[in-house]
Design a binder for this molecule. Sequence first.
Ligand SMILES: *Cc1c(COP(=O)(O)O)cnc(C)c1O
Length: 432
Amino acid sequence: MMRSADLFREAKKVIPGGVNSPVRAYQSVGLEPPFIAKAKGARVYDEDGREYIDYIGSWGPMILGQADQRVCNAVMEAAKDGLSFGAPTAREVEMARLITKMVPHVEMVRMVNSGTEAVMSAVRLARGATGRDKIVKFSGCYHGHSDPMLVKAGSGLMTAGVPSSLGVPEKAAEDTLTAEYNDLSSVRELFERYTGEIAAVIVEPVAANMGVVPPEKGFLSGLREICDQSGALLLFDEVITGFRLSKGGAQEYFGVRADLVTFGKIIGGGMPVGAYCGSRALMETVSPTGKVYQAGTLSGNPVAMAAGLAQLKILDGHPEIYEHIDNLAQRLENGLQSLVEKYRIPASVTRCGSLCCLFFREGGVRNYPEAQQCDTALFARYFKGMLRRGIYLAPSQFEAIFIGDAHTESDIDKTLQAADETFAEMKAEGLF
Ligand SMILES: *Cc1c(COP(=O)(O)O)cnc(C)c1O
């Protein structure tokens, strides 16, 4: 019985590529995806009855582990009172107050329904508040799929607005300037060339959509300085790092203040939620108090708020969770590093907090061009070996390994054992 294979065949008839988000199709590893039937704690179970140790965690949200009883109970309680009102509710107030308490420099919060929506809205706010149009982003950083964010570096740092998707008009992308991650001089060059035109610099404080690339010392504080000197806003896209690096996110973890912060993933506890936040002055430029329009029929949805609130309250009340997940990630990092040395694999391990990555490139990865030099064929071979041994990694070289509170030392050790066996096979095949 191969239910996943049957389902995938049926799915491809009625859903483009069989999936509702492209990475799920397993294209970059040349396999077909297992269909997931259920999950609990650090385990996911597929439709074929196989069990895996989960390192995706729904791409970050499930920091407490899957189907956490406290979060699920909150959802079921909320559902009894109605699924959606499109009207103000007490939970939204509690949610906004909790976020302003947990996250430094945040005075007001607007809830939305995804990370994409959060970034799209925050970018509009930055433009509206500064009266400027241009946005600086970094190649390899992902900020959702809104038109102006679907831009990669063209042929060089000074190239503006080359859309990386069909259907994005050049006009929608021409105000998006691209700089290199961990390279302040590339940012300064853009500010010199476009003096007084740049509304905001948007950055993933830890780049976690090109693998995991931590910011080098001075990079984020350097961005803060450049923004301060030029009147541009600093926008931290914390859709992954928010409530993960620490309960206050990257601002707290790195001690750098952002003007606008976007959240997603963890903030919804597994439900589709996003938020953008900042100072009162900035946030009050959003409608209905201000002239930057933004709305959402389902925004602040009571069931979604119940899930997010339950998860954030637990994170707020249990700082030891961060110690636990960081320690486990370090155990994984150290273990992978030893294996890289043992088998002399052309690879490097990166980590920041509970985000980890094995890059098949020697000498580390500090930006997108270096990430692109990774041997994705080696990754695909490694991925296959791990999956066969019950380790559920993201099916791409350019995604993070997410550690959550439900993982244990024994999970990490089983994972390292699986990696050891996989690398031994690869060595025997003469791959390194
Ligand atoms: C996932 C992600 C987004 C997009 O969020 P969606 O909920 O998928 O729309 C935006 N920014 C970052 C940094 C992300 O990782």
